[in-house]
Design a protein around this ligand. Structure first.
Ligand code: 2PG
Ligand code: MG
Length: 375
């Protein structure tokens, strides 16, 4: 597949920030999202700014016949010139063109497994400017046979939360903001999923993304909306392990700050202990996390590393070493569907893509459609 035409332009993401969109051969459209709670080891989203990247790409001509996934490597050099986000948008668009938008089956004709949707239902932290929970995301983990049932369960529980809490505000990812202490939210969710199971028969667990680097300063964790106020590293480790036990958490992402590999190793691995800012989809950091037994699961965000080729290497290495993968949206999202396809093609266990808002729902819808095709 020859690229006859490549155009880029500025669009707005869900947070109304500038984002980049790339169109290949006048038909195949892709874009890249942006984070708010970004890890310090992520590649730069834009080396200069979005307009520099757009201008660069509009003058860029690539003379290459793209046939298979590994050919995308010829685009990797763009990362150091224009940044991780534009490079990902170009690679997504070229991959869509190669596969005529049937990305998952092009990458893996035998793909059969759908990921479990982790649903962000209550949130705070860096994803809102108003007073909210310190915990960035409370995530539903639905149990059911099919993807579409699981996505429906998340939506139903989410609506129940809206009704019962009467919350008026939402985070960047469309999760409800409850101005309550972290522990009170745990209690509220525990009762609510119990009620939900009584009424519907469906079991729902939950977990959290603490995004702990966001409230870590000079060796201490600073809470605003918790029984605790300022915690040492040891106390933070104990707190996370206590929460896991007391509220039966099924998933804990970034429970500690992004440099504390040995602290992660002390978190209770009976649950999924997940590294996001800790690993930033970076193979060297993943190797260190495996060596030190820091995690048993990890977040995959292609724009953290700015290359689909590198992302695939990280996913393969994680699976080879028994690390579960969770592909994830960013808090400033676009209408791009790619992460839904990658989740299926690369056999990822989970997808974290929100419950509410068109940028989140389009990925869930894409997965419902894929499920119809393959199951
Ligand atoms: C996270 C993400 C997505 P952001 O921390 O996992 O939920 O947030 O995109 O702001 O980094
Ligand atoms: Mg995270």
């Amino acid at each position: 597949m020859l690229i006859k035409d490549l155009k880029a332009r500025v669009i707005k993401n869900s947070r109304n920030e500038n984002a980049i969109e790339v169109i290949v051969n006048k038909k195949y459209v892709a874009s890249a999202p942006s984070g708010a709670s970004t890890g310090m080891y992520e590649v730069k989203a834009f080396t200069k700014d979005v307009r520099f990247a757009v201008n660069y790409l509009n003058k860029y001509s690539v003379h290459y016949d793209f046939e298979e996934f590994k050919d995308l490597e010829v685009l990797d050099h763009l990362k150091s010139i224009i940044g991780g986000n534009p490079t990902i948008a170009v690679q997504y668009a070229v991959l869509k063109a190669m596969s005529k938008n049937k990305v998952y089956s092009f990458l893996n004709p035998k793909a059969k497994k759908l990921p479990v949707p982790l649903g962000n239902c209550i949130g705070g932290g860096a994803h809102t400017k108003i007073k909210a929970s310190d915990i960035q995301e409370f995530l539903l983990i639905p149990k059911a046979k099919t993807f579409s049932q699981r996505a429906n369960i998340n939506r139903n529980v989410y609506e129940m939360i809206g009704k019962l809490s009467k919350a008026k505000s939402k985070t960047d990812e469309g999760a409800f903001i409850l101005n309550q202490k972290n522990e009170d939210i745990f209690e509220f969710l525990t009762d609510l999923v119990y009620e939900f199971r009584e009424h519907t028969g469906y079991k729902v667990n939950f977990g959290i993304d603490l995004a702990a680097s966001q409230f870590f300063k000079k060796g201490k964790y600073y809470y605003k909306n918790s029984k605790q106020k300022v915690l040492s590293r040891e106390k933070q480790i104990n707190l996370v392990n206590d929460w896991i036990k007391e509220y039966n958490l099924g998933f804990v992402e970034d429970g500690l700050e992004e440099n504390d590999f040995s602290g992660f190793a002390k978190l209770n691995k009976k649950t999924l202990i997940c590294g996001d800012d800790l690993i930033t989809t970076n193979l060297e950091r993943l190797k260190k996390a495996i060596k030190l037994k820091s995690v048993n699961s990890m977040i995959i965000k292609p724009n953290q590393i700015g290359s689909l080729i590198e992302t695939k290497k990280v996913v393969d290495y994680a699976h080879k070493h028994g690390i579960k993968t969770v592909i994830s949206h960013r808090s400033g999202e676009t209408m791009d569907f790619m992460i839904a396809h990658l989740a299926v093609a690369w056999n990822m266990s989970y997808i974290k893509t929100g419950i509410f808002g068109k940028e989140r729902e389009c990925k869930l819808k894409e997965l419902v459609n894929i499920e119809r095709e393959i199951c």
